[in-house]
Write a protein that binds this ligand. Sequence first.
Ligand SMILES: Nc1ncnc2c1ncn2[C@@H]1O[C@H](COP(=O)(O)OP(=O)(O)OP(=O)(O)O)[C@@H](O)[C@H]1O
Ligand SMILES: [Mg+2]
Length: 377
Amino acid sequence: MVKQENAVVPTSTRACILIVDDDPKNRMALQELLQSSGHEVVLAASGEDALRCVLRQDFAVILMDARLPGVDGFTAARTIRERERSRSTPIIFLTGAYEDLPSMFRGYEAGAVDYIVKPLVPEVLTFKIAIFVDLYNKNAALTREIAERRRAEEHLRKSEENLRALAARLQSVREEEWTRIAREIHDELGQALTGLKMDLTWVAKKLPGDQKALNAKTRSMFDLIDSTIQSVRKIATRLRPEVLDDLGLAAAIEWQAKDFQKRSGTRCKLSLPSEALALDRERSTAVFRVFQELLTNAARHADATRIDIAMHVDSGSLVLKVEDNGKGIEESAMFSPKSLGLLGMRERVLPFGGSIAIAGARNQGTKVTVSIPLGLK
Ligand SMILES: Nc1ncnc2c1ncn2[C@@H]1O[C@H](COP(=O)(O)OP(=O)(O)OP(=O)(O)O)[C@@H](O)[C@H]1O
Ligand SMILES: [Mg+2]
């Protein structure tokens, strides 16, 4: 390798031209011509030198003398073309006027993009080189843009993952909080009210029968205590139904459907698995909350008279179908970013690899299918 090119290997991504010629005078002339047009050049004195240079960096274009001692220009070009990174580096052969047609074909076969016959016309050469350098620069810009986009996509994917994890965490913290509050309301208020009722029973027994006004007052106090006990139970159950923790998802769904039917007057038809489900607490909670949301939606939007609820296990997944006979969800509402209830349901089952499919037809009701892979109990 000639001395200079060790010093001129560019570290920047600027387009660089490789000049391969065994004649020092030719090399020098080409170098001066190209450098004076503002190009960066690397010099190689032989085919072997050229291969070494190509291994070290990328070139916008290679000017290759066809006749070289040792590895000739054609062989060097072929080897360059075989390498993945330099597969599409343009190679221009420089040949003497004496070159015959068959050897020109050899050059094209070896991957030449052009031939320039010596003696060179500087304007023609610089014009051609400028085109390849421009192409190289555009390519480099495109490559940078692609890399930039990939980075941005990766960043977006990561932050989406983080947000999902955060949302799932918030959800489970909220669920724990509700469970705790439900237990405290149930235990502490429940106990206090029971104590109060016992005391009132004691007072009532002590009251003489002729104290009509006081007796009436204690009766209304009993009624008030009983209805407060009912309210406390209702509030605790709404926060976290005990049946879900005690008897499992199927029982909780049955209880919720019956309660819904009683309150809304909408008939609920149930088809639930008789055997126990191998579903952990987190998954059960997720499906149960989705179910509650679906009933709320049916009550608020469907105008339905009947809801069919079916749950079964299908190839390792729990499938819950809720179908109403109402007016049918609009297609636009299914995937609207404003449908936060639906979005929340999807996010609920996503951490477990679950999914929610919604279908609706005008005046033919809405059908929602929730499926969630079973976990170990
Ligand atoms: N069973 C249904 N029948 C008909 N339309 C429905 C049904 N369920 C949902 N929709 C439509 O889809 C929309 C989005 O539902 P989503 O649950 O996301 O929001 P929402 O119920 O309006 O508000 P919230 O955030 O309180 O749940 C509803 O506004 C309604 O128009
Ligand atoms: Mg809703």
